[in-house]
Design a protein around this ligand. Structure first.
Ligand code: ADP
Length: 304
């Protein structure tokens, strides 16, 4: 569906934004493009969407090489959702905004496309609202709907979770995880990436590693090299692992951690002991022992 070969880009002021990026994304795949600020993620999305032409290398979309003369046509297969929805939303109502793109290129059945796009973005109820009065999270959804209304084969998303409060963030993560669309998501939010995608590509100007988020977090030195922090939940489980607790698969997000703990509890594993601390420590020594993960949550435990 999308390939890049040895992609490089240098801005006019001499800033080298990308070098040697070769990647491939299959139809139906969701892939994260992971790297710190300044890693070149937005630049890469702009190259792939045909907004800028590469300095070196090439971009191929559905088997067609992207060049200046076909950039408009190729771009129709690729929908870019900007990081800041205010850069993308400008019509007086949500439905007019979502209709703008398809109307502009003379698409048929604009109303049907708009209804479908609003439904996919979970904002049908906001159709008549003024987009600029909506919360930031809902504006992001309007921008996503506006892109979906163009019926692209693939969505490119630039930092979809940035600027969202925790609830809006987790709702957007769920929306993207459940959406049936090929996606390339640029983000430095490793936990969000772990929830949404099966595979991630780590870059910091040049390529660093490719694999599942779990593999990336576990690969020694990779996050450091990429200028990224190990997610707190992975750090915690890493400590437990080094203390000898058997934790199964390393979680990268809180949901994965809960899943992992639930699995161990449900398998009847006596390794995990979740425990209420409401009653204090009056019953003697409760210091953690090898093989017990103690969590200050409700008493779900079956004591040994
Ligand atoms: P990311 O999206 O990973 O934060 P960017 O693609 O925005 O990274 O930026 C990559 C590099 O290119 C950074 O060093 C950034 O400062 C630089 N850069 C981005 N846009 C421009 C521009 N218009 N002119 C010059 N340098 C730029």
């Amino acid at each position: 569906m999308l390939e890049t070969q040895d992609l490089g880009f240098v801005y006019d002021d001499g800033t080298v934004a990308l070098e040697g990026i070769t990647l491939a994304i299959e139809e139906g795949e969701k892939v994260a493009l992971v790297g710190p600020n300044g890693a070149g993620k937005s630049t890469l999305l702009h190259l792939v969407a045909g907004f800028r032409m590469p300095f070196t290398g090439r971009v191929t979309v559905s088997g067609v090489d992207l060049v200046k003369s076909n950039a408009d046509a190729v771009r129709r297969n690729i929908g870019l959702v900007f990081q800041d929805p205010d850069d993308q939303i400008f019509m007086p109502t949500v439905e007019e905004d979502v209709a703008f793109g398809p109307r502009n290129i003379g698409s048929d059945n604009v109303d049907g496309r708009v209804t479908h796009a609003l439904r996919c973005a979970g904002i049908e109820h906001l159709a008549k609202r003024r987009p600029h009065r909506l919360s930031y999270g809902m504006k992001k959804r309007v921008a996503i709907a506006g892109t979906l209304a163009m019926d692209p084969k693939m969505l490119l998303m630039d930092e979809p979770t940035s600027g969202l409060d925790p609830r809006a963030r987790s709702e957007l993560i769920k929306l993207l995880r459940d959406m049936d669309k090929t996606m390339l998501i640029a983000t430095h939010d490793l936990e969000a990436a772990a929830e949404i995608v099966g595979r991630a590509i780590v870059i910091n100007v040049s390529p660093i590693m490719e694999g599942s988020m779990r593999d990336i977090v576990l690969a020694r030195g990779i996050l450091d090299k990429a200028g990224l922090e190990v997610p707190p939940v992975s750090r915690l489980f890493g400590i437990l692992d080094s203390m000898g607790y058997q934790i199964g698969d390393m979680p990268v997000s809180m949901n994965q951690a809960v899943e992992e703990l639930t699995k161990v509890i449900e398998s009847g594993g006596r390794r995990v002991h979740t425990h209420v601390h409401e009653h204090g420590h009056a019953r003697g020594d409760r210091s953690p022992k090898r093989g017990h993960i103690r969590a200050p949550v409700k008493d779900l435990s079956e004591d040994e």
